[in-house]
Design a binder for this molecule. Structure first.
Ligand SMILES: Nc1ncnc2c1ncn2[C@@H]1O[C@H](COP(=O)(O)OP(=O)(O)OP(=O)(O)O)[C@@H](O)[C@H]1O
Ligand SMILES: [Mg+2]
Length: 163
């Protein structure tokens, strides 16, 4: 069974000088438990492929062609709200620069709780317990991101996977 299938994914940006094709005919498959690495020079389209898969292409950029299927269901044609609900629950991203992806004025715990409550019907207390179960325990939970830079990637990973 394939978990994620991408077929002929093409992303275009209209510009004054014509259409810029950011990625063209990208095909990939990921099975459950499989880790797929993408290698390519800067500008090759690694980030753009990821952004398209999780529905984060900024307009006027758009998926011009292709299909993306998660568990056999198409997700490239979902409306914004459906995609938002799926993101963070069934599919997520850990971005290249985790330092800028966490809010420096909220504690790690607050950001985990917020992510959980966005996706799961849980009380604040339940969400707190769930957040603590990620292993982000003790004082780490109460720290601000900027106070604990060395493990920020782990924290961001927890945010992406808690729900
Ligand atoms: N907002 C945008 N508007 C137009 N073109 C864009 C935009 N963002 C990215 N591109 C183009 O899309 C192509 C793919 O870029 P992308 O950022 O995916 O590369 P990358 O492989 O992730 O590079 P890096 O290794 O530097 O992170 C590049 O040609 C880039 O110029
Ligand atoms: Mg990139």
């Amino acid at each position: 069974m394939t978990l994620l299938e991408v077929e002929n994914l093409t992303v275009e940006f209209p510009t004054r000088r014509g259409t810029l094709t950011a990625i063209e005919d990208v095909c990939l498959e990921v099975a459950p438990g499989e880790i797929l690495g993408m290698v390519g020079e800067s500008g090759a389209g690694k980030s753009m492929t990821g952004a398209a898969i999780i529905g984060l292409i900024e307009p006027p950029g758009r998926i011009a062609r292709g299909e993306i299927r998660l568990n056999g269901k198409r997700i490239d044609n979902l409306d914004r709200e459906s995609m938002r609900r799926m993101r963070g629950r069934q599919i997520g991203a850990i971005f290249q620069d985790p330092l800028t992806s966490l809010n420096p004025v909220l504690t790690v715990g607050e950001q985990l709780i917020e992510t959980i409550q966005t996706h799961l019907k849980m009380t604040r207390h339940e969400a707190r317990e769930r957040a603590r179960s990620t292993g982000c325990a003790g004082s780490a939970f109460l720290r601000l991101k900027s106070a604990w830079i060395p493990i920020r990637t782990n924290i961001q990973g927890a945010c992406a996977s808690v729900s």
